[in-house]
Write a protein that binds this ligand. Structure first.
Ligand code: HEC
Length: 280
């Protein structure tokens, strides 16, 4: 195979050399001191002033520019204003809560590993999507997501409601070696998440960034973010202990990522009444 590829590469290289030779010969054969070519615009038609409507406007550059700018501004306003004002008409749902600090850490791993390149998080209203992935996504579910992870491509399945679909160990093994769990999978493996540590100390800062964006964490929640994340990570690892996963894994990135994946799309499954608070 390497010989064939080498041969192909050689052909390309030879083509390149021929091109250089061609350029050189062309430059050499150019007439010396010849005047540069000048292209002339056609003269305006005699009766162009009589043109009406758009053509006439185009003949008045200053006015046309001003009108074009106004048109673009109005168009932009129509596009941008609804999204700037979206807060006013997205119905809040009391069941949608901000991510826990560990989930926030997992979400940043999701973003930095580029999972959104292959996975969307947006179930559309269409029947086949709802059948496959579950109830369509609602705007209220994304209000604390900065930036949202709706995505634009589905090389893998939508993940908007993947939370609770599998157990922790499934995700653990799937991230380590996808083909061990789904033989035909073409998802890459993420073995480094099993070695790299979650930065618990930085979580207070991350929570504060979210607060500055309007996510309703309290000051106390920001302060205890690192400790709270460790508690949740310990719990997740404990739930996997019967599958032989060691407690020492609790500070690895894979656990934060699992926490995030297990949260996705689960908020609206909580009961509506306020007693669900105690369950957190
Ligand atoms: C190159 C594209 C690609 C990338 C990048 C990718 N995945 Fe996947 N993913 C897939 C494909 C394809 C599947 C379906 C086969 C399978 O389950 O392995 C899948 C399946 C999954 C599933 C199971 C979904 C279900 O409902 O069965 C999860 C969870 C998942 N990926 C998470 C992730 C996470 C987290 C990342 C980033 C760390 C990631 N993926 C990156 C392609 C990708």
């Amino acid at each position: 195979m390497y010989w064939v590829r080498g041969f192909g590469g050689l052909l390309v290289l030879i083509g390149f050399l021929v091109m250089l030779y061609n350029l050189f010969k062309t430059a050499q054969s150019a007439e010396k001191n010849s005047a540069p070519l000048v292209y002339k615009a056609y003269a305006l038609a005699k009766d162009h002033k009589k043109e009406s409507g758009h053509r006439h406007l185009e003949g008045l550059p200053a006015i046309f520019t001003i009108l074009a700018v106004i048109a673009v501004l109005v168009g932009s306003a129509i596009e941008i204003l609804p999204s700037l004002m979206a807060k006013n008409w997205i119905e809040k749902d009391a069941r949608v809560k901000p991510y826990t600090p560990l989930e926030l850490a997992g979400r940043d791993i999701y973003i930095s590993e580029g999972c959104y390149v292959c996975h969307s998080q947006m179930i559309r209203e269409m029947g086949h999507e709802v059948l496959r992935y579950g109830p369509a996504s609602e705007a209220s579910e994304s209000i604390y997501d900065h930036p949202f992870q709706w995505g634009s491509r589905r090389i893998g399945p939508d993940l908007a409601r993947v939370g609770g679909k599998y157990n922790h160990t499934w995700h653990y093994r799937h991230m380590l070696q996808p083909r061990e769990v789904v033989p035909s999978s073409l998802m890459p493996e993420y073995s480094w998440l099993f070695k790299k540590k979650t930065d618990f100390a930085i979580l207070t800062k991350k929570v504060n960034v979210m607060r500055s964006l309007g996510v309703p964490y309290t000051e106390a929640e920001a302060q205890s973010a690192g400790a709270d994340a460790l508690v949740q990570a310990t719990q997740i690892v404990a739930e996997m202990q019967s599958d032989g996963i060691e407690e020492s894994m609790k500070n690895k990135q894979i656990i934060a990522l699992i926490a995030y994946l297990q949260r996705l799309g689960t908020d609206l499954l909580q009961p509506l009444d306020e007693t669900s608070e105690s369950e957190q």
